[in-house]
Design a protein around this ligand. Sequence first.
Ligand SMILES: Nc1ncnc2c1ncn2[C@@H]1O[C@H](COP(=O)(O)OP(=O)(O)OP(=O)(O)O)[C@@H](O)[C@H]1O
Ligand SMILES: [Mg+2]
Length: 252
Amino acid sequence: MGVVIAVTGKGGSGKTLVSTLLVRYLIENKKGYVLAIDADPDSNLAESLGIEYNKTVGDIREELSSNPLPPGVEKKNYLDSKIFESTTETKNFDFIVMGRPEGPGCYCAINHMLRQVIDSMTNAYDFTIIDAEAGLEHLSRRTTQNADIMLVVTDPSKKGFHTANSIKEMVKGLEIDVEKIYLILNKYSMDLMESMDDSIKETGLEVLGKIQLDDEVRRFDSKGIPLMELPENSIAYRESNNIFRRLLNEKS
Ligand SMILES: Nc1ncnc2c1ncn2[C@@H]1O[C@H](COP(=O)(O)OP(=O)(O)OP(=O)(O)O)[C@@H](O)[C@H]1O
Ligand SMILES: [Mg+2]
């Protein structure tokens, strides 16, 4: 069984940065087959990973809702083939974009079935990394139900910690099956550490590690260069690698 890691947190906290660097860590350290899922409707993980894709799962859902199952075709096989169509294979990992969430129409059943196909797909990979939608919506819709590990990313803002807290409470309250939940502090600077300490305690979450505010990340994003290509001596690369090593229980 593969390990499913969901990366959650407030909008703009650094979910996509953390997801990208985690995918890179797993590849560089030859951790096996990796599936990356962009579950943010405002999808931009592909840009960050430096890859292109054709279809989202949302596109497949639309197609299925207007073209029902061809006669004589087994439903499960058909949905498998459709999800395969929306899977981008790269040299080092596979990639799926969820796309827009279902609208007010009547796609629920299709959506549910597609999710089941994706859930069962994660068994074929050693690691599945989910760049989740910002905030809490996805938890209440239970689309992050099957994560083994949840990484909650926050920036130093009160709002970030507030969301982290709500995510933790929601996971508990909904009895979502998450084995481990950790906090990652992103965009911190030394002068803010003291005030962050109290906020960390309030969340009651275990801190897995910290990533400083890194000008290189800002520079890459402003030029539209994939974060996958951040130099190995960049702060974000080095600090995130320490975090992932700890996550996977490895010595440095
Ligand atoms: N450690 C860091 N140092 C400097 N800038 C950062 C850092 N982490 C993230 N950023 C910047 O903050 C912005 C948000 O980061 P990112 O896109 O990873 O967050 P997100 O949580 O995925 O956002 P969204 O909710 O919009 O998907 C980006 O412009 C990114 O360049
Ligand atoms: Mg993002």
